[in-house]
Design a protein around this ligand. Structure first.
Ligand SMILES: *Cc1c(COP(=O)(O)O)cnc(C)c1O
Length: 501
């Protein structure tokens, strides 16, 4: 353990690359060269070996030039807590496997519910936003089936059979909602057409008037609105759907409102941006990923429910874990497995607990404000440069942009987006992401490191520019029948620090 701490400490101080120096075939060869069937090499040697194989070839989210996906650098107290919970190996499924851990997890659920404004709320830690969203929609489905969500007027005096209900259920979300929503609909056995796309305004936020119209259409078609999914912090554009207006519409028809705040949930504690989540307390359920905007190691996510009794229709009892006979006792043991899709489950809550005690929620919230401020500064920086185009106005910390030099036409600029990402990633000097919005490809920065400065991002943009020019130059050579370097293969030689070609 001490050796690992020392070697990782050195790496954090010195790692100059965002990704491995080896290409995929080199990595595959290194992985394949290890014989997993020999007698053991001993702890120290095994750890030296994985340090060379894994740590040396890792993608380094902590590097200031890693600005690609929604993976945050992590709080050190959370890492220490991670080692502690792994060593003790608590499972927060039943009380008799966890005791105080269950009470600590429940306290953090209460704490989060308090910040959401969920009095009488409940919740559960999960493996991530994907699982939180799946469970939220599972709960919505089962509460609708059980008739506990107000859809009675659609069922008539005798409730329709379950298959009929399931085939008529609809989930309303925008095209910017996370893909885990449609994946969940699939897993939940809903109709192939179950996810109805609600139009957005020009900024990519859900149009609440259009939501109202979609709900009317669902009603007219004798379908059942199972849930509305609003996103607080869309994965690409980083925008927050208008939660108050959406809640208003959902309350007027009595439909389950799930707010996917996997990305934006951290704003609850951000002194200057918490107001952006106004209305979230009117949701029926909320997803928050502490492993995205609360600097927690993966996994750390929670599903919060405004009314704890909504877990009711999904609780199962098992004689060897949480027998039904005991559940009615006055002093029944609190078994978190009642509410979880998992059985054996990590005590991830300890990481959040330790971080809160070590740094305090407001210091963490201020870090979230810092990365959002940086994103605003970067957008301004891009706006001021003639050879970059920038899209939208994020509420959070993503920036979508394209390299659009005067010498390249629109189609070439489109083609450059994935090429720049790949060449840059392979160079190990910076990592940016890419996506497509309304048919147009964009490069994406996701800023989650409060230590990253505008100068760090300026250097990344210089690399993007140099890479783009390098690819364009390589293509020109190819077109002339010279021995041009294929843009898709290896890093472009012309890619020098700072300078455009
Ligand atoms: C990342 C993300 C998810 C999925 O969360 P995981 O923790 O990766 O499973 C869901 N919704 C949104 C909006 C996200 O950004």
């Amino acid at each position: 353990m001490h050796d690992v701490v020392d070697s990782l400490g050195d790496r954090f101080r010195t790692t100059a690359r965002t990704a491995s120096a080896k290409d995929r075939s080199g990595l595959q060869a290194a992985v394949d060269s290890v014989d997993l069937d020999t007698t053991g090499v001993g702890n120290a040697e095994a750890l030296r070996e994985v340090d060379a194989l894994y740590a040396d070839n890792a993608v380094w989210f902590h590097h200031p030039s890693y600005v690609a996906h929604l993976n945050c650098p992590v709080a050190v107290p959370a890492v220490a807590a991670e080692a502690m919970l792994a060593a003790i190996n608590t499972s927060v499924d039943t009380y008799d496997q966890s005791e105080v851990a269950t009470l600590m997890e429940r306290r953090l659920i209460d704490w989060t519910c308090g910040h959401l404004g969920f009095t009488g709320g409940d919740g559960i830690f999960t493996s991530g936003g994907t699982q939180s969203n799946l469970q939220a929609l599972f709960l919505a489905r089962e509460n609708v089936v059980a008739g506990l969500v107000d859809t009675t007027h659609r069922g008539g005096p005798t409730r329709p059979a379950r298959p009929d209900l399931l085939s008529r259920m609809r989930i309303l979300a925008t095209d910017q909602a996370h893909f885990s929503v449609s994946r969940a609909a699939f897993l939940l056995g809903l109709d192939a057409e179950a996810v109805v796309t609600v139009p957005t305004d020009v900024t990519g936020r859900m149009d609440a008037e259009a939501l109202k119209a979609s709900l009317l259409a669902i009603d007219a078609n004798d379908q059942i609105p199972m849930a509305v999914v609003a996103t607080a912090g869309t994965t690409d554009l980083g925008v927050i759907d208008p939660l108050e207006a959406i809640a208003e519409v959902c309350e007027s028809v009595g439909v389950w409102l799930h707010v996917d705040a996997a990305y934006g949930g951290g704003l609850l504690w951000a002194p200057r941006r918490a107001h952006l989540l106004n209305g979230i307390g009117r949701a029926t359920s909320v997803t928050i990923d502490f492993h995205k905007t609360f600097f927690q190691p993966v996994s750390s996510s929670a599903l919060l429910i405004r009314d704890g009794s909504l877990f009711g229709p999904t609780i199962h009892h098992h004689d060897y874990l949480n027998p039904e006979a005991e559940a009615q006792d006055d002093d029944a043991e609190p078994n978190q497995v009642d509410k979880s899709l998992q059985t054996t489950r990590r005590f991830d809550a300890l990481k959040l607990w330790t971080t809160l005690r070590a740094r305090g929620a407001s210091e963490i919230g201020t870090m979230i404000d810092t990365v959002c401020d940086l994103a605003a500064d970067v957008r301004q920086l891009l706006d001021d440069q003639g050879d970059f185009e920038v899209l939208g106005t994020s509420d959070l910390s993503t920036v979508l942009f394209r390299f659009t030099p005067a010498i390249a036409d629109a189609q070439t600029c489109d083609e450059l987006v994935p090429l720049i990402r790949r060449v840059l990633f392979r160079s190990g000097r910076a990592a940016v992401a890419r996506t497509t919005i309304d048919g147009t490809p964009w490069l994406k920065l996701t800023l989650l490191n409060p230590d990253t400065s505008i100068d760090d991002i300026t250097a990344v943009l210089d690399l993007v520019r140099a890479t783009g020019h390098g690819i364009l130059a390589g293509r020109t050579l190819e077109n002339e029948g010279e021995l041009g370097t294929s843009a898709t293969a290896e890093p472009v030689p012309a890619m020098t620090e700072g300078g455009a070609a």
